[in-house]
Design a protein around this ligand. Structure first.
Ligand SMILES: Nc1ncnc2c1ncn2[C@@H]1O[C@H](COP(=O)(O)OP(=O)(O)O)[C@@H](O)[C@H]1O
Ligand SMILES: [Mg+2]
Length: 230
């Protein structure tokens, strides 16, 4: 059993005829970094939204940790799967940068000192420590992107889905993100990374899935899996 399983999933937006995703079969394991790539409009973001239950498949099934996703509340999914939005503006909602990073931990009932320690760590790692008291939407695009990632990572979710996380990051900050994602994966947590950044994908991903017109046209991980099952 894989941590996140997508079986025969198709999806069409309401009041549209053409399906955005057709017959998707993908299983994602813990400790593996999978890149999801493909042209604009191929359905990558839609697929990630199905993975976190924000959208529901028209047919097929998605299972998280062995249980159908429809049996979880969005909060239960959110505690297991961290999601970094393609547009950080849609994700940030707190009054200050520090609150944004600590929100999930505080909400889970972590002790104040623990929350403060972790917030300080993530603000430092993502070079936001001078902005702790700033209103998140007043940050630059790159800073917002780093904050959105820091806020999700601070929750230490079991699995991560990141939609275009390197947009707005310079080379040095991409390298920091790369180091951190690899560290997370070594700690046994898996992730799906949507990215147009081929250099970043080459360095970080262990498996690459290519989506085109809502179908998986290539999956570098599939060969190994098929061989195992044979
Ligand atoms: N809310 C929506 N309503 C209708 N169509 C949408 C919506 N969101 C995305 N689409 C369409 O679905 C297709 C896939 O979009 P998306 O998943 O965002 O692709 P990608 O992330 O690969 O660029 C595109 O044709 C897009 O226009
Ligand atoms: Mg997208």
């Amino acid at each position: 059993m894989s941590f996140l399983e997508i079986d025969h999933v198709s999806f069409t937006f309401p009041r549209h005829d053409k399906p955005v995703l057709t017959e998707i079969d993908l299983h994602f394991d813990q400790a593996v970094i999978t890149a999801l790539v493909g042209p604009n409009g191929s359905g990558k973001t839609t697929l990630t939204k199905l993975m976190i239950g924000v959208l529901r498949p028209a047919c097929g099934e998605i299972r998280l940790d062995g249980r159908p996703l429809v049996e979880y509340s969005l909060g239960e999914i959110g505690r297991r799967v961290g999601y970094v939005f393609q547009n950080p503006d849609l994700q940030l909602f707190c009054g200050t940068v520090a609150e944004e990073v600590g929100f999930g931990l505080a909400n889970r009932g972590c002790q104040r000192e623990t929350v403060e320690e972790r917030v300080a760590f993530y603000l430092d790692y993502f070079e936001l420590k001078d902005y702790g008291g700033v209103f998140p939407l007043h940050l630059s695009q790159g800073e917002k992107q780093r904050l959105a990632i820091a806020a999700v990572l601070a929750n230490e979710p079991l699995f991560l889905v990141l939609d275009e996380p390197t947009v707005g990051l310079d080379a040095y900050r991409k390298r920091l993100l790369e180091d951190y994602l690899k560290k997370i994966s070594r700690s046994g947590r898996g992730m799906v990374l949507v990215s147009h950044d081929t250099a970043f994908v080459d360095r970080v991903a262990e498996r690459v899935v290519i989506l085109e017109n809502g179908r998986v046209i290539e999956d570098s991980g599939r060969k190994g899996k098929a061989a195992d099952e044979a």
